[in-house]
Design a protein around this ligand. Structure first.
Ligand code: DX5
Ligand code: ZN
Length: 216
């Protein structure tokens, strides 16, 4: 199976964002990955809704929004206003995760739960049938261009087994340090969607890198 590719614009050139969105529009990418950070849940701040309004206007690809913020449920209306396809919230940021997942669905978006590197896959057992997707972080969230945490491959295998055992239809997405090598191994382990920032935007030919991540 060919994976879906979700380029992370965190690694784009913010001074020329339109140019990078147009590259993604032309490419074989499936989604656009949007990293929102608050300087509280993660030690960095990226961009907010006033900027993303323009990204949403330009993008022809569905938006895969990853909120690295506390109380992400507060921003369901703002994410909805962007026309987002997926809204990813962190397991670690949601004490009432089941409620937040229902609220995202009621708002007309696809709910996804994200887990940090230190959060076990087994904790997803009671929510796996309610989510559209699980996002496994393969770096500690907050920055692009970090080194891939090898144990993530094993977590993808474990999650694939949990999904098969429970009859869940959840997709598996992986984010952080994904390149042609780690990407191929993640797909072999059962990943459906690869997020990549640095690998795509630092490549000489970003569109060719997207094709390569797809395994073409
Ligand atoms: C990290 C973000 C990622 C990041 C990935 O906190 O969630 O989406 O942009 O960047 P790379 O692919 O460079 O590791
Ligand atoms: Zn992300």
């Amino acid at each position: 199976m060919k994976p879906m590719i979700s380029p992370s614009i965190l690694s784009a050139d913010f001074a020329y964002l339109a140019k990078d969105i147009e590259m993604i529009n032309r490419s074989e990418a499936d989604w656009v990955h949007i990293d929102i950070m608050d300087g509280v849940f993660v030690p960095n701040i990226s961009f907010g809704f006033p900027v993303l309004k323009y990204v949403a206007r330009l993008s022809k690809k569905p938006l895969d929004v990853h909120l690295m913020i506390v109380q992400p449920e507060k921003f369901i209306p703002e994410v909805k206003a962007l026309g987002a396809h997926v809204m990813n919230v962190h397991y670690e940021a949601c004490p009432h995760l089941h409620r937040v997942i229902q609220q995202i669905r009621e708002a007309g978006m696809q709910p996804a739960v994200t887990i940090n590197p230190a959060t076990p896959v087994a904790l997803l057992q009671d929510i796996i049938n309610d989510v559209y997707m699980v996002l496994i972080m393969s770096v500690n969230p907050g920055f692009g261009g970090q080194k891939f945490i090898e144990h993530s491959v094993e977590k993808v295998r474990e999650l694939r087994a949990l999904i098969d055992r429970t009859g869940s239809k959840a997709l598996i997405e992986v984010d952080g340090g994904v390149n042609a090598d780690t990407g191929a191994r993640l797909v072999a382990a059962g990943a459906d969607v690869l997020v990549a920032g640095n690998a795509i935007f630092a490549a000489e030919d970003p569109e060719a890198m997207i094709r390569r991540l797809k395994g073409r």
